[in-house]
Write a protein that binds this ligand. Sequence first.
Ligand code: FMN
Length: 162
Amino acid sequence: MKTLIIYYSYEGNSALVAGELKKAAGAGPSVCDILELKTEDDTKRTGFAKYLWGGKQVFTHKSPKLKPYTVNIEEYDLIILGAPVWAGSPAPALLSFLGETKISGKKLALFCCHAGGKGKALDKLKALLPGNTIAGEIDFINPAGQDRPALTKQIEEWVKGL
Ligand SMILES: Cc1cc2nc3c(=O)[nH]c(=O)nc-3n(C[C@H](O)[C@H](O)[C@H](O)COP(=O)(O)O)c2cc1C
């Protein structure tokens, strides 16, 4: 089984989940690669400016330019896609990736991180991935602030079911 995790994280929560997923999906003989999406503009904003800047991207459908990456989707049996929720949608950086890289006929699993209001983020993500099989979806409430062993266990269980 060869798995690829593709994720974007602005504040580390989705990165934490991706790291735990890699440990779980890469256990034993399985192989798990990881692709972190990074935006050209990697300025760290805080407070109200952060929500204004991020929310504007969502509402104007302006997906940011990504830093160069290489990926060969066809190599993988399972692709896990994840991002934080921004204004009820997947963070635009993940949408930039999906606009550039066609994923079709694959087995996928989706995750998102949020602060308690995931809205329809995972449904919106699924709508962008027609022609694939969605094997699982899961969401986490700011996991960086939660009990780590419980998170690890939850992720191991989820990965087993994919
Ligand atoms: C621009 C912006 C918009 C956000 N919108 C939402 C939202 O609609 N609902 C929610 O529950 N959390 C929202 N959040 C909080 C993040 O989804 C949450 O903290 C998540 O765990 C961050 O993941 P990350 O650390 O991987 O970036 C927003 C955060 C930002 C920066």
